[in-house]
Design a protein around this ligand. Sequence first.
Ligand code: KIV
Length: 272
Amino acid sequence: MSVHKSEFKRITTHVLLEMKQQGNKIAMLTAYDYSMAHLLDAGGVEVLLVGDSASNVMAGHETTLPITLDQMIYHAASVVRAAKRSLVVVDMPFGSYQGNSSEALRSAIRIMKESGGHAVKLEGGAEIKESIQRILTAGIPVMGHLGLTPQSIYKFGTYTVRAKEEAEAQKLLEDAQLLQDIGCFALVLEKIPAKLATQVAQQLQIPVIGIGAGNGVDGQVLVSHDMLGITAEFKPRFLRRYAELSQVITDALGNYIADVKSGDFPNAKEQY
Ligand code: KIV
């Protein structure tokens, strides 16, 4: 059932906090363009993430590293134009915040001013503390992201589950606490053991959103194109498919091509 926007107030960071306090789970999905964002917003998704996964999904790159700040702003502005109710969180791309805190603040301000997004997301913990603090000081809400952080793929070497070892799990727990203490409004945990993610969600007051992090967290995020079955080849264990759109599209294309070639399309009612 679709949700009528007028029945609901706009989702803010405070609404998300209330949802955690009341035990209401948060549904977050990625969006990179106006048409998809319109469907997701009208469908009742609370948070639209303009993920740097646009680098893979939209541009066909192997990693998230190549996408630029200008490109992220273009995607985010398109999503913001469609979002009547959802909170729009925009990923800060690789290279736009790691240099120093002044550069991080400049990049975050560009995102907010030029896209109209409502918050930014950065990957990392203690090592980017100063940048996050500087952004927060300017009044920009920040979502953290720990666990598998795809911008560091060349350091990790693989996209396998993170924080399985005690030392990495301990650092993640400390980073999660630090991100809350300095003022992040929410945290994404990507591809870590469910037990550890549950522990983080119980330890923190802010909402913890998981992807491949089990069911003990305060909400879930997936890449829309994955859960809708558009990226048909991508089948990680954590992904649940809610549609097989690649098959639907392929069938529709076959029918269109056949109708064009046979001369069946357009018919008399489909012309002027
Ligand atoms: O870029 C992205 O899509 C993300 C999600 C996987 C959390 O960061």
